[in-house]
Write a protein that binds this ligand. Sequence first.
Ligand code: GLN
Length: 242
Amino acid sequence: MHHLYADMMNLYGDRGNVISIKKRAEWRGIPVDVVDVKLGDSIRPTGRDIFLFGGGQDREQTLLAEDLSGEKGRDLRSLSEDGAVILGVCGGYQLMGHHYETADGEKIPGVGIFDLHTEPRKPDEPRLIGNVLVSVELDGSKREIVGFENHGGRTRLGGSRPLGRVVAGFGNNGDDGTEGAHELNTFGTYLHGSLLPKNPWLTDHLLQTALRRADDAFTLEPLDDATEKRAFASVAERVRRN
Ligand code: GLN
């Protein structure tokens, strides 16, 4: 597993996504190496990879833009096109589109994995903050994810499809009802939370998809998720009521 810019992009516990994948793999006897990919480091895929790109402030996004615009960005784009598993959250998600314009009007180029761009918050507009409940359709089944969002940027989808529909909260921009983006096995979302500990089925989906790239019959053993399911139900219910 490759944790992109681990030391810079880790808002609202996004590192929990790394822990969740590692733990749910290890509980099934599958070892996971976590590689922190820092500024200047190259990506070295193994063929069964998961790439996590967490959220960050405009400042961190600006600082890593140059690093991402070179070989690393090109590698990520071709890995995505090849079906690698990539998850970007908030600031990381914004940089997987064509560009992100910061609140100060600086246009940061993105990797261009997704056909979308992110506009800055207008002075009279609020930041989009709060708990989110999203309806997601994946592999023909309807599921839900919960999380927490806090962003100024408004993401507008071009040709990319959304990850899901907002049931409660703001999502991509607060007005078109879309949340995140999804192409092949690359996912982008505004949901911190951390996202994966709160939504173990999504963690397993990423894990199984990554392992199937090396063995297409690979199936994860089920875990006892009674506690996780209770936690999810109670949060989802609270968010739905708000
Ligand atoms: N800096 C970005 C914004 O405010 C992303 C913030 C985040 O990752 N939570 O839109």
